[in-house]
Every structure is written in structure tokens, then in C-alpha cells.
Design a protein around this ligand. Structure first.
Ligand SMILES: [Zn+2]
Length: 147
């Protein structure tokens, strides 16, 4: 019955791509779903193109079949399910995407740790490599001047 409703004619409803598509719709539309609060409940929607009579066909045309066991990931975690905001991603890629705060961890002077690198000092604190370099350079300059 579901197959006819969505115009599926090639047994696609048995594939994992179909299950992913169906799960996406359900998370956004049915409050009875356990994960609804993190999706539909906070305003995440599925674009019109991916819903209704040709929803799955359009989804398949835009995203292609699910590669291996990749998950459907939204690039902007606060954005909707649209062709522009969706990609197939590994679980770790998806995890990274969900913790942007960590990616932009910075030192007191605003160097982004992910860019400049960090080391752990004797006291166990995370220290900025860029600041350490600059301190070393300043010490050298001070030494030169005192000669
Ligand atoms: Zn720094």
C-alpha cells in the first residue's frame, strides 16, 4: 500500500535508502516518534520536493542510493532536509558536525586550536602552540637586545 501511495514500482521500498527516507519523514512529521523532539519538534522540516506522491523518487534522484552504511547528514544541523543541506556521511563525520564548539576551541588570545595546534603542559593544561612560539620569539628578541 505504501508502495502505491508513493509511486514505488521497483521494490525500492525494501531498500535501506527507502528506510532512511521514510525515517527522515517520520522524525519530522510524527510526534509519536521517539526522536521527534530533536527534529520536527524543533522546527526541522523535509522540503516539499521530498514529500508527497513523488517524494521518494525525488529524494532518490537528488541523493542517489545510500552508499554502503553511510547516514543521511544535514550539513547545517539547524537546517532542514533539502537537497542543498543533505549529504551522505560516515557516523564520525556526522558526529564532528554536531560539535562545532570543539572545532573552534580557542586560546585566550583567540588562536583557533584546530589551526595552530595544542600541547599539554606539565600542569596538565591545554596550551596554545602559537602563543608558545610567540613567547619563545619574544624571549630571543629580548636576549638579542640585552647583548
Ligand atoms: Zn594562542
Amino acid at each position: 500500500m505504501m508502495g502505491n501511495q508513493y509511486g514505488i514500482t521497483h521494490g525500492m521500498h525494501k531498500t535501506s535508502t527507502y528506510r532512511i527516507w521514510h525515517g527522515m519523514i517520520a522524525r519530522c512529521r510524527y510526534p509519536s516518534m521517539q526522536s521527534y523532539p530533536r527534529y520536527g519538534g524543533r522546527g526541522i522540516t523535509v522540503c516539499d520536493r521530498w514529500q508527497g506522491e513523488n517524494g521518494f523518487i525525488n529524494f532518490l534522484a537528488d541523493m542517489g542510493e545510500r552508499p554502503g552504511d553511510l547516514t543521511l547528514d544535514r550539513v547545517d544541523n539547524d537546517g532542514n532536509y533539502t537537497p542543498e543541506n543533505c549529504r551522505w556521511a560516515t557516523r564520525s563525520e556526522q558526529q564532528r558536525n554536531k560539535t562545532p564548539a570543539k572545532q573552534h576551541e580557542v586560546c585566550k588570545r583567540g588562536h583557533i586550536f584546530a589551526d595552530v595546534g595544542v600541547y599539554v603542559s606539565k600542569s596538565g593544561a591545554r596550551q596554545c602552540k602559537q602563543c608558545a612560539k610567540e613567547r619563545a620569539r619574544a624571549r630571543e628578541a629580548a636576549l638579542r637586545m640585552s647583548k
